[in-house]
Write a protein that binds this ligand. Structure first.
Ligand code: 5GP
Ligand code: MN
Length: 342
């Protein structure tokens, strides 16, 4: 279980946990199940160890994660700036989960970077930035939650994992692997599942709450997007969905309502990749997914200054939705080289 983890680093991390009392756990903007699962999972562990820990996130998490134990205790920077700044200011240790570079924290980035306390990065994205004292970067892992579990095991703290901690960690694994269907590079993950189930976790409830429960509006928005706003480019084996502000308003869009939408076109026989562009108030948010190792991260990186993983990536475009779409269509041919021949 812990064999993939550098044991010297695990030892250093354990020492940092022992030496410090006030600990902040933080993650990326628009937090998902893995970001919230990994920070809250560690939060439960640290509290079991008697630490004064606080989870601080850049902005609100989707309501689909509100079932997680401890969710209400999370400090949201955009809602409670003073509290978050004071907590970060008083922190002796900051643990950064599920992001690789400070800018992934948006307006919270300068607050975290402004702190002079020790920092640790725990992440599964490629190209980790050099902004922490200790780096656990394992891009092969399905999720940051898988990595957190392995680090906990390497530190010899499995016994301190309680049901709440295990629930949070399993949630991140389940959301990042879409219930064990994608992103699994190592069969050990099933061993980890077993170890988490030993903690009496309710797996079916996690799947139901985090993946399979939504509002009527969000279901209708997805149906509308698939029937009216999806374009197919058969020669490029690609589908593109765009939703503008008017579309979102019509279905009373709330954060998280389009979660999973980008995966749906991959259900079409022969489809290799799918791009979703959503016109948010501050930017166009791009989400991309693929199968057969088509690197959508390249598209997000080269066209939209983003990144992520080979089969799941994202980015932002600062301009109109129309220009965002045009940029992709102008370059769509450039990515044909990644399509498997024949
Ligand atoms: P999602 O499509 O679910 O928002 O994100 C899929 C993956 O891409 C996640 O691993 C996420 O961290 C990454 N990602 C999403 N948006 C961005 C972005 O704007 N920049 C970078 N570097 N990665 C992103
Ligand atoms: Mn993740």
């Amino acid at each position: 279980m812990d064999k993939l983890i550098d044991h010297n680093k695990a030892k250093d991390f354990l020492q940092l946990l022992k030496d410090n009392e006030r600990i902040v756990l933080t993650c990326h903007v628009r937090p998902d199940g893995d970001a919230i699962g990994s920070t809250l999972g560690l939060w439960h562990l640290l509290r079991t160890m008697g630490k004064e820990a606080t989870v601080i996130v850049p902005d609100k998490a989707p309501v689909s994660l509100s079932f997680l134990p401890g969710f209400k205790e999370i400090g949201v920077y955009t809602s409670h700036k003073d509290f978050c700044e004071k907590t970060v200011d008083e922190a002796q240790l900051i643990i950064c989960c599920d992001f690789n570079v400070p800018c992934r924290q948006d307006s919270l980035a300068p607050v975290i970077q402004g702190s002079h306390c020790k920092k640790v990065l725990i992440d599964h994205h490629t190209e980790p930035g050099n902004f922490t004292d200790l780096i656990f970067s394992y891009p092969k892992m399905s999720s940051t939650c898988e990595l957190v579990f392995r680090i906990i095991a390497a530190m010899g703290l499995y016994d301190k994992v309680d049901k709440d901690c295990a629930t949070c960690l399993l949630t991140g694994i389940i959301t990042d692997t879409r219930n064990f269907t994608v992103n699994i590079n190592n069969p050990d993950i099933y061993d980890i599942l077993m170890r988490l189930l030993e903690k009496d976790v309710d797996k079916d409830r996690i799947v139901k709450e985090a993946l399979n429960t939504r509002s009527l509006n969000s279901l209708r928005l997805e149906a509308y997007a698939l029937s009216q706003k999806m374009e197919i480019f058969p020669e490029h084996k690609c589908a593109l969905i765009t939703l503008d502000q008017e579309d979102l308003k019509k279905y009373s869009y709330e954060r998280g309502d389009t979660e999973g939408l980008v995966n749906r076109p991959l259900e079409i026989r022969g489809m290799i990749y799918s791009i979703f562009m959503r016109e948010d108030p501050d930017c166009v948010k791009i989400s991309a997914r693929s199968c057969q190792d088509f690197p959508v991260s390249e598209i997000c990186k080269t066209l939209y200054g983003g990144g992520g993983h080979i089969q799941a990536a994202g980015g932002e475009f600062h301009g109109s939705l129309e220009d965002c779409k045009k940029k992709f269509l102008d370059h769509i041919k450039d990515f044909d080289k990644y399509l498997i021949k024949g």
